[in-house]
Design a protein around this ligand. Structure first.
Ligand code: PAF
Length: 273
């Protein structure tokens, strides 16, 4: 495995490679969810590239940029053992200049749900993913469905900017008790960890309800809010696959999304019905 820090050097090295490139962009603190993305990228491509970059532009002032878990040595080992060919580990200075062109998330779908509690977050995500895709020029790039709004916006960016890459959505990987894997789970103390299970409980209740009978979004939302207490709920939203709010849950075309705060940790989860 080759560890590369310079964007231009990686671009040059990958240009000289032959065959398909599978790319997994991450912010590090790698867990089994990332491992699944990497293993799939390896299976489906000739060359596998992983990036680890805690992107400052997607954190708002006062958020956890400095506290975000950084596990450089463990992450390198995981990538090495997973058979990654190139690990891209850039500095913020090498990725950003002072006065730059950047992308804006779309006005509606970039500023609802997580975009409401974190205005501007998705502009930072799209800007960095655009940069990373331009550096790596992958055949396929792999993203988890846990960050469903991020995934949808990246798919929109690729379509809107006519980018030549296939975005591969991957199912959420969960702990044995159902908690969606996330690098931020490391912030939870025992009590918060226990309470955070209300998220998967609420999603399971929603699934059972809609499988049993036709349900309105209002009914499902109410039952979920009850199951989520005492977590602080940022939103429970029910949308179709195009992320438009819907009144009736339609099997095969619905995503139910939750964002809740346990202690001071923001947790996201969703279910695709
Ligand atoms: O999902 C993440 O880890 C990040 O938002 C991403 C896509 C790597 C961009 O920084």
């Amino acid at each position: 495995m080759r560890v590369v820090h310079s964007p231009l050097e990686l671009q040059k090295l990958l240009k000289a490679e032959e065959g398909s490139i599978g790319f997994v962009p991450t912010m590090g603190a790698l867990h089994l969810g990332h491992r699944t993305l990497i293993d799939t990228a390896k299976k489906e491509n000739d060359i596998t590239v992983v990036s680890i970059f805690v992107n400052p532009t997607q954190f708002l002032a006062g958020e956890d940029l400095d506290a975000y878990p950084r596990k450089e040595e463990a992450d390198k080992k995981i990538c090495e053992l997973s058979g990654v060919d190139y690990l891209f580990y850039p500095s913020a200075e090498s990725m950003y200049g002072e006065d730059e062109v950047s992308l804006n998330a779309p006005n509606v779908r970039g500023y609802i749900m997580e975009g409401t509690s974190r205005p501007g977050h998705f502009s930072g995500v799209l800007t960095v993913v655009n940069k990373l895709l331009n550096i790596v020029k992958p055949t396929k790039a792999y993203f988890g469905k846990k960050d469903a709004q991020q995934l949808m916006l990246i798919e929109m960016m690729v379509a809107n900017l006519f980018m030549d890459v296939e975005i591969v959505p991957m199912d959420t990987v969960r702990e044995k008790d159902g908690l969606a894997m996330s690098s931020r789970n490391a912030y939870l103390n025992d009590k918060e960890r226990q309470e955070s299970l209300n998220i998967i409980k609420s999603l399971r209740i929603a699934t059972q309800m809609v499988m049993r009978k036709e349900c309105s979004s209002v009914e499902v939302r109410e039952a979920m809010l009850e199951a989520l207490a005492p977590l602080e709920v940022e939103y429970v939203t029910i949308v179709n696959r195009a992320f438009e709010p819907i009144e009736k849950v339609e099997i095969g075309n619905t995503i139910i999304l939750v964002e809740a705060i346990s202690g001071s940790t923001r947790l996201l989860d969703n279910i695709w019905i």
